[in-house]
Ligand binder design. Sequence first.
Ligand code: PFF
Length: 457
Amino acid sequence: MTNRSWRTRYGFYFLAVGSAFGLGNLWRFPYVVGENGGGAFVLLYIFLALTLGLPMLIAEMMLGRLTRQSVVMATRKVSLTSGKDFKFLSALPVILSLVVLSYYSVISGWVLHFIMQFVLSLFGSTQIGSSSMVLLLKNGGLQFGLASVHLLITLIVVVKGVQNGLEKWIGWTMPFFAFLVVFLIWKSTSLSTTDDVLRFLFYPDFSKLTLFSLNHAVGHVLFTLSVGFGTMVTFGSYVREDQHVPTAGLRVSLFDSIVSLGSLFIIFPLVFKASNRTITDPALMFDVLPQFFIEMKGGLLFGLAFFVCLYLAALNASMGLLETVVSNILDIFNKKINRNQAGWATGALALLLTLLPSLSGSFFREARLGEKGLIELIDSILINGFLPLVALGLSYIFFKGVSLKDKERLFVDKERFVSYSMFPQWIFALRWFAPSIIILGWLLHLFGLLKIIWQND
Ligand code: PFF
């Protein structure tokens, strides 16, 4: 486990919020909402963020807080103290982090691309247009190059151990980003499409939910809160003795959900204005936002500032993913290899894996399942398929491996009524609610797939 020199109250928040807040909020959430028909799905998402995501987030942070280790060693520790063997489950979050890092790097590369486009447009040497994203998606080499640059930046920061300073610095730029987001919400909602957007987002038409929606909501809640990757175990291990983990978890979840909802108010008025956009497309945000900036007065500068901030958020989240893999490798090999070696080996593997999603729109163009291209399939397999199961495994390790007494000691703070009265609900959520919902979501999804295959026959 790496030591952080700034284990202050806010230091922990920087890390946890920094990991939760990322491309998931601004890029992924709008198109998943589009894919699942709007209002009813938004309601389902908010409900599950509080009843499933939050309890699981608290459990992960608490596993770190209790053991003061990253996920693999934390699991070994609770295996020893509880006499149960969970080792087989503990490597899964690390593998998932590695694979998700590679695919996250491709999307971060898209952000880098638009930063370059805005810079070039400012100097008048190119013109961003509605075709910018289409051209990028067709250019696999460029996507791979950009993803490699992103991976390299992340790697250098993590291997050099300078992420403490950088995370802090990124943390300070985020209030500016928040200002930009609020400004964009204001601008976007003053478009004439707002009424339609509000109806789409907040009128819950449950008939629009599909057999896949529950699973999609679970996957996105876990992804956006960074639950199931082991990252929050590592960050939980940095929590100070006097910090109350459930309160920290609640703040992180609330902040993250508010930003996600805010992003809907930015993207959907623009989507409705440009009525020809497919709202279920992963390129959605990159399709509509740059165009919006171009049409705005002084928009090139705003656009540049926005994409730079978005990139910093993506970098921060990527550092969390890479750090999880590196710190666990170091723990497993018991310092027989150094940080440099662990970092470069992880980076090389991630780079290799990046080939698949970055060539999705070019070399692997024919690899499709129905409407979905390779990048959407990878996203779906990772976030809707594996993530809920891996997160469930982690929650199981915590639930079975940590005694009720320890759970109660860390959860209940006599000074905080909420924590006192919520303890039984939290236990119920971990023991019954989360597993049932995750398994139900999975089964419905499977059933939905079988139905499609059956109908196509
Ligand atoms: N929560 C991040 C997002 O919403 O973009 C994604 C993520 C970052 C997941 C870091 C896991 C993680 F360790």
